[in-house]
Design a protein around this ligand. Structure first.
Ligand code: SAM
Length: 325
């Protein structure tokens, strides 16, 4: 989701493969500045449907606008970033794809042999997740085998659901496109691996992005998760536009949890600028203004049993209550 996964939405009216244009608003980039712009493509539209007016604001081409036998549409999760974090199945799906569609940051992370093999790469530099997803669908409806890519897993705050919604809104079907999802390692798990074993008991994920979920709902979910004693993974924790969300999140967690609760703070897991620290919950508020916490960071908040041992977070699963060791 997020455009990348680290951005939120866009204004995006470029001409697209096969047809429509769409307009989204409320853009936010990695660093929180609002600068979602036009998308770019390594090639111009090569698909086969009619083109709507440039100011069309809704999903444009419908299934009836395409004459070709549809190709396949696959949502592929890349995992945390570097090629070695991709599953073999993800690599195979990308090798099989004729067109690859994704946020520029993720296209840039693809190995050369994959990008060189593809007939076409369509990437958007910022935001634009709806128009980009529609572009992928139109290309598949026009007869191409298309992979739409994202970080982590396509089912975790990502585009797999949006793809199905747009396919449906076009009057097409998932079966017609042989729609498939190729899982990737989600950020929570990549990040957990960097700080030991923080998530081995019941865990709740919450995104602080209030672009699609309003802040009162996010706050109420934070209260519930913190009160019920789950370990909590916080996605989309901070950006300049979301300072207040981060501050509110810290306040809610501190309302329900011991200030010394261990928190794993992992920035850019599996990428060149990876950083991982284990801090106490009470230290979290001041980290919001540092490079460690931004839109490529995931927070792993321990439960009441989580402790730090030998530089690793440990969340007991409960074995110690049943077995002697
Ligand atoms: C819109 S979500 C997408 C999540 C993704 N689909 C997944 O399965 O991990 C974007 C958020 O994921 C987290 N994230 C993505 N990649 C990350 C990485 N390499 N290291 C740490 N956090 C990451 C950050 O919290 C970021 O704001």
């Amino acid at each position: 989701m997020s455009t990348d996964d680290t951005t939120d939405a866009s204004t995006d009216t470029e001409s697209k493969c096969g047809a429509s244009t769409s307009t989204e608003t409320s853009a936010e980039t990695d660093d929180g500045s609002s600068k979602c712009g036009a998308s770019s493509s390594s090639s111009s539209s090569g698909c086969g449907a009619s083109t709507d007016d440039a100011d069309e604001e809704e999903v444009g081409a419908t299934v009836d606008d395409f004459d070709a036998d549809p190709g396949q549409l696959v949502a592929v999760g890349l995992g945390p970033g570097q090629p070695e974090g991709m599953t073999a199945r993800a690599k195979a799906a990308l090798s099989d794809a004729e067109h690859i569609v994704g946020y520029t940051t993720y296209v840039d992370l693809l190995p050369d042999d994959i990008t060189e093999r593809a007939d076409d790469i369509y990437d958007t530099p910022m935001c634009g997740e709806v128009s980009r997803t529609e572009e992928a669908i139109d290309r598949a409806l026009a007869g191409n085998d298309v992979a739409i890519i994202g970080s982590g897993d396509p089912n975790v705050y990502a585009l797999a659901g949006l793809a199905l919604e747009i396919v449906e809104s076009k009057g097409a079907t998932a079966s017609m496109l042989d729609f498939d999802v190729v899982p990737g390692v989600p950020a929570a798990q990549s990040c957990a691996a960097r700080v030991g074993a923080p998530l081995v008991n019941d865990t709740v994920s919450i995104s602080l992005s209030d672009h699609l979920t309003d802040m009162p709902t996010i706050e109420s979910r934070l209260h519930a998760a913190a009160k019920e004693g789950f370990t909590i993974t916080i996605y989309n924790p901070w950006s300049r536009k979301r300072r207040e969300n981060y501050e509110k999140c810290c306040e809610i967690l501190l309302e329900h949890r011991d200030p010394e609760t261990p928190v794993g703070v992992v920035h850019a897991a599996g990428r060149e600028d990876e950083r991982a620290e284990i801090v106490e919950l009470q230290d979290l508020p001041e980290l919001g203004e540092t490079d460690l916490v931004d839109m490529t960071t995931t927070l792993l908040v321990g439960n009441e049993d989580t402790y730090v041992w030998d530089g690793r977070m440990v969340t007991p699963r409960g074995y110690e209550t049943k077995y002697d060791y």
